[in-house]
Design a protein around this ligand. Structure first.
Ligand code: PLP
Length: 421
């Protein structure tokens, strides 16, 4: 409560803006994930890996727009590409060369993608991938992980029902190899697709074991269900995504977040035979429209992002940076003897306030929620902006001193709050 009061007292402008927002938007916002009590921070500016709020506080950005902000807030080549594209006209209602180039880059990079189509968001990419799988197999049902997240209309967090997805849906328990294989076999020829994140992102940065992914692969091959990996967040983990790191190749993959340099985008792709359900040369092809699917700024920025900036050693270095940071934070937790740990892979991690291996999502206790809030607020006071739920997503412009500063601030947090953790 004291930490909350300190937070609120230091941010009168954010409080005022939140009150104005509440008069026109329920809860005062348009993205639930950006709400927290008593009011969220209003940001006014970003540059590199820095953010400034409406009350003049500066933060090191460790949230990286939930992974979409991989390149930071002012990557010159991304901005130049987007601006140059807009100088040719704001959307031209035609096919474009950057769209083709961006598609070539995606297909060359991800082993599972022979053909791709673009969307406005990761949510749409998942909806379209599921539609493709249903059309291709002629089957109705889909299967997702309990606690998985595939977009605003496909939230399967623990305890939530999928009333927002009008498709018959079955559930699997994340990382439960035997149970999942049995569930896929039981669904048999009713099941069109299995859609999973190779590491749960919103669900708490909980990695799948390679064994689990390989079992999904085998079970889907056996029953003819289309295996879709949602790599909207995790595709940053190697040039060919987390699938390439694990050597488990799905039939389809969905992408989004950073791939257009932080501009709005989603993409879904897969084996040519499946994606051909959209081939408009064929009678009866599935339609897939969307005014902004090939908007000129995202297509242009995507070419620079994947074609020039995020390749080879840069990709691997970011992954290793994250691995090192997570190991350091976990070593500090162990040293302090607190019930806290960070799970994740590479540049994505989430704080959990319990001990023992975390293999699947769980409902946090009220005490765990309180500790999570305290961690978030203390880090803000120290000048580090993370997700309210304790997630960190590193971006390329972070300096080594930003990360060492964060571990130092975390050590302080453990010293101060250790007794209540
Ligand atoms: N899939 C995953 C794994 C995500 O994390 C997200 C967004 O957080 C989405 C899909 C939805 O993407 P978008 O917010 O672009 O619709």
């Amino acid at each position: 409560l004291e930490a909350r009061a300190t937070y609120a007292a230091a941010r009168p402008k954010s409080a005022e803006l939140h009150e104005a927002a509440r008069r026109v938007m329920p809860g005062g916002n348009t993205r639930t994930v950006l709400f927290w009590s008593p009011f969220p921070i209003s940001m006014v500016r970003g540059e590199g890996a820095r953010l400034w709020d409406a009350d003049g506080h500066a933060y090191t950005d460790l949230l990286g727009e939930y992974t979409a902000g991989l390149f930071g807030h002012s990557e010159r080549r991304i901005l130049d590409a987007a601006r140059a594209a807009m100088d040719t006209g704001i959307n031209l209602a035609g096919a474009g060369a950057n769209e083709i180039r961006f598609a070539e880059l995606v297909c060359a990079r991800f082993p599972s993608i022979e053909r791709v189509r673009f969307t406005n968001s990761g949510t749409e990419a998942n909806i379209m991938a599921l539609s493709a799988a249903r059309a291709f197999t002629g089957r109705a049902e889909i299967m997702v992980a309990k606690g998985g997240y595939h977009g605003g209309v496909m939230t399967f967090a623990t305890g939530q029902s999928p009333v927002n997805l009008p498709v018959p849906t079955r559930f699997l328990a994340y990382n439960d190899v035997e149970g999942t294989v049995a569930a896929i076999r039981e669904a048999g020829d009713k099941l069109a697709a299995v859609l999973v994140e190779p590491m749960l992102g919103s669900g708490g940065c909980i990695p799948a074991t390679r064994e689990f992914l390989a079992a999904l692969r085998d079970a889907c091959t056996e029953t003819g269900a289309v295996l879709i990996f949602d790599e909207v967040m995790t595709s940053r983990h190697s040039e060919g995504g987390l699938q390439q790191r694990h050597g488990v190749i799905p039939d389809m993959t969905t992408l989004g977040k950073y791939i257009a340099g932080g501009m709005n985008v989603g993409a879904f792709g897969g084996r040519a035979a499946i994606m051909d359900v959209f081939d408009a040369h064929r009678p009866g092809a599935l339609p897939h429209a969307g005014t902004f699917n090939n908007n000129v700024w995202s297509m242009a920025a995507g070419c620079v992002a994947l074609g020039e900036l995020f390749r080879g050693e840069v990709v691997e270095a970011l992954f290793q940076r994250g691995e090192k940071l997570r190991a350091e934070l976990n070593a500090l937790c162990a040293e302090a003897g607190v019930a806290m740990q960070f799970t994740g892979a590479g540049s994505m991690m989430t704080a959990h306030f319990r001990t023992g291996a975390i293999k699947a999502p769980y409902a946090a206790t009220p005490e765990e929620e309180q500790r999570r809030e305290l961690f978030f607020l203390d880090m803000l006071e120290a000048g580090f902006y993370l997700a309210r739920r304790g997630m960190v997503a590193l971006s390329l412009p972070l300096a080594p001193t930003d990360l060492s500063g964060f571990t130092a601030a975390f050590r302080e947090f453990l010293n101060l709050r250790g007794p209540v953790l």
